[in-house]
Design a protein around this ligand. Structure first.
Ligand code: M6R
Length: 368
């Protein structure tokens, strides 16, 4: 049942093209994005004037990614918050606020309480969830199910990619309801999403060198991750995977913050994994990241760079280059996350750890 792998997680990493494809399935019908359950009227959806995204762990990172797409496509302000913080604050919510609660299990205590906190203040709740019939979707006003299938590995992989995909669908559903995108534009964005499973599969076919690199770096005491724009949540997710699976100190930073503190951590031989934006799609940010790489390299860092195929400008600065296919900027995280998952899993295995059941962690955190 592990599909020839030693661990479920490794099989789940391989299942990601299907997780993304299945999550899209049935959610675009007769030219319109459709949710699975909608107990809200179209008018209520149109009246939304603010979005809060609440979640924990990897689901929170998928929520950070949602902000870029939802704001860009809908012109709605989006705040993303850890459910455990949101539920104890006094957030400004009313019936025009949409709270998007993202949870693989649908049973995470803090996310569930954040949903209740939102509903008490009359906000509308949309759940993005991987588990039919779980508590969070039951209490929500609308539901979009990710269809990653059961995820056994404690570290989220295929559910994360499915969440990122579902969040984009939520963004398009809101853009469609509000009319900030014409139907043909929504259809075009959807087609871009439809092309992603094949690209994820291509990334999976080329990760062998990532495994070799992971074995080489398996005993590093610290690994840093840098990214910008949508690469920033990817850096956070890469660091979380390495912490939880390999028990290595790992931090993700927004590359623009480097000079505000983190650069002081750079020393001879420190591995730094950098997620590059597209050289064409995000040319300005791309050149800033190249400068960041030069700065850390000059201070002795070992640079591991995830970049789009054909990104010649960064090649000279990368001690190790991991190439991913070109994709629309907002969708790149569906590709750049994959080598980071593989890296963390391989480091953990090299160190002799059980990647399905990392120490001290439970698959779903149903108590605080
Ligand atoms: O079931 P949920 O999506 O609500 O779980 C949220 C987090 O507990 C979960 O993503 C956790 O951070 C994973 N272990 C990450 O790999």
């Amino acid at each position: 049942e592990k599909g020839g792998h030693d661990y479920f997680m490794l099989k789940e990493i391989e299942e990601q093209p299907a997780a993304v494809a299945d999550t899209l399935l049935g959610h675009f019908d007769a030219g319109r994005i459709v949710l699975d359950e909608q107990r809200l009227s179209d008018q209520e959806l149109r009246d939304v004037d603010k979005v809060f995204v609440v979640a924990c762990g990897s689901a929170y990172h998928s929520g950070l990614l949602a902000k870029y797409a939802i704001e860009h496509w809908t012109r709605l302000p989006v705040e993303v918050e850890l459910a455990s913080e949101f539920r104890y604050r006094d957030p400004v919510l009313d019936r025009s606020t949409l709270v998007v609660a993202i949870s693989q299990s649908g049973e995470t205590a803090d996310t569930l309480e954040a949903v209740r906190h939102a509903k008490d203040q009359k906000a509308r709740v949309l759940a993005v969830c991987n588990t039919n019939g779980s508590q969070i979707p039951r209490e929500a006003d609308a539901v979009l199910y990710t269809r990653a299938g059961p995820e056994i590995g404690v570290a989220s992989t295929k559910a994360f990619l499915a969440q990122v995909t579902a969040n984009y669908l939520v963004g398009l559903a809101l853009a469609q309801a509000r009319g900030t995108k014409y139907p043909d534009e929504v259809a075009r964005e959807y087609r871009d999403l439809e092309a992603m499973p094949e690209l994820v599969a291509r990334v999976l076919q080329t990760v062998e060198p990532v495994r070799a690199l992971a074995r080489e770096l398996a005993h590093s005491p610290t690994v840093l991750f840098l990214g910008r724009h949508v690469g920033y949540p990817v850096a956070l997710e890469g660091a979380l995977k390495l912490k939880e699976l390999a028990y290595i100190h790992a931090e993700g930073f927004a590359a623009g913050e480097l000079k505000h503190g983190p650069i002081a951590l750079i020393e001879e031989g420190l591995p730094v994994i950098v997620v590059m934006p597209s050289p064409k799609g995000r040319a300005v940010l791309h050149s800033k990241l190249v400068s960041n790489i030069q700065e850390i390299k000059a201070r002795g860092a070992r640079t591991i760079v995830i970049a789009e195929e054909g990104d010649e400008a960064v090649r000279a600065h990368a001690d190790h280059l991991i190439e991913i296919p070109a994709a629309p900027s907002l969708l790149q995280p569906l590709l750049s996350t994959v080598p980071l998952q593989v890296f963390a899993a391989e480091v953990a295995q090299t160190r002799g750890y059980d990647v399905d059941k990392p120490r001290n962690l439970a698959k779903s955190v149903t108590v605080e």
